[in-house]
Write a protein that binds this ligand. Structure first.
Ligand code: ATP
Length: 224
């Protein structure tokens, strides 16, 4: 379980998250909200990249302030723009990066990479330079790079915004089939329909927290 206990986050003196208390247990949780409502800040708080200014976040009992390294292993964060996540020139090199850092033996790294690429239909691109890939393929590589580390939780920040309809559907299918628990931050309301629970953020607070058939009409009404 991920638990937020009266969490506040301020950038310098600008309050962005304002007293969130949440228990996240569902397998698919969506976070929506208008631009600047605090969604990306929330994603970074979830995996310990940012620490609350006030209050406490625990991930399966690990405190993100004091056990950030363990939290980051447990919660994989996929950024909105794959270019900010992919660091090495070819697909295989990039996927090996985190595993090598964790001192996983080379033969095991190759096995894990083969497995994740096959699962996402990317095996033909194993040694392809990243800059030859389409936006959708890069998005899948960025996701694969996080999955290969076997996190228990995934946080996906706007996984479909840069994609065309076909790739949006593909990523939606991949998210549906993930074994991990996933928290998906997105403006893509079609993707949000696939969630069990949708939290609407407004100025760093929960405006509504409900199944998508209730939360999404509330959100669209609020936005118009
Ligand atoms: N590094 C930063 N320093 C100062 N202010 C920041 C920083 N990052 C974000 N903010 C501010 O915090 C607020 C919330 O930003 P955040 O990126 O979390 O919102 P968001 O809901 O993800 O927005 P969007 O839908 O536009 O991506 C915004 O007003 C933003 O300007």
């Amino acid at each position: 379980m991920i638990r937020f206990d009266n969490v506040h986050y301020h950038y310098r003196n600008r309050p962005v998250i304002n007293g969130l208390s949440l228990e996240l247990t569902e397998r698919r949780i969506g976070i929506v909200g208008s631009n600047g409502s605090g969604k990306s800040t929330l994603s970074r708080l979830l995996n310990g990249l940012l620490s609350p200014t006030e209050g406490c976040i625990t991930v399966d009992e690990l405190d993100t302030r004091t056990q950030a390294r363990q939290v980051r292993r447990r919660v994989g964060l996929v950024f909105q723009n794959p270019d900010s996540q992919i660091v090495l020139p070819t697909v295989a090199e990039d996927l090996a990066f985190g595993l090598r850092h964790q001192k996983v033996p080379k033969a095991r790294i190759d096995e894990l990479i083969d497995e994740v690429l096959t699962r996402h239909d990317l095996h033909a691109f194993r040694d392809t330079p990243i800059h030859h890939l389409s936006g959708g393929q890069k998005q899948l590589v960025a996701l694969s790079g996080v999955l290969v580390m076997s996190p228990q939780w995934l946080v996906l920040d706007e996984p479909t915004t840069l994609l065309d309809l076909r790739n949006r559907r593909r990523i939606t299918e991949v998210i549906d089939q993930l074994e991990q628990r996933a928290i998906v931050v997105s403006h893509d309301l079609e993707l949000m329909q696939h969630m069990e629970r949708v939290i609407v953020l407004d100025q760093g607070k929960v405006a509504i927290d409900a199944p998508p058939n209730i939360a999404l009409p509330f959100y669209t009404e609020q936005m118009t």
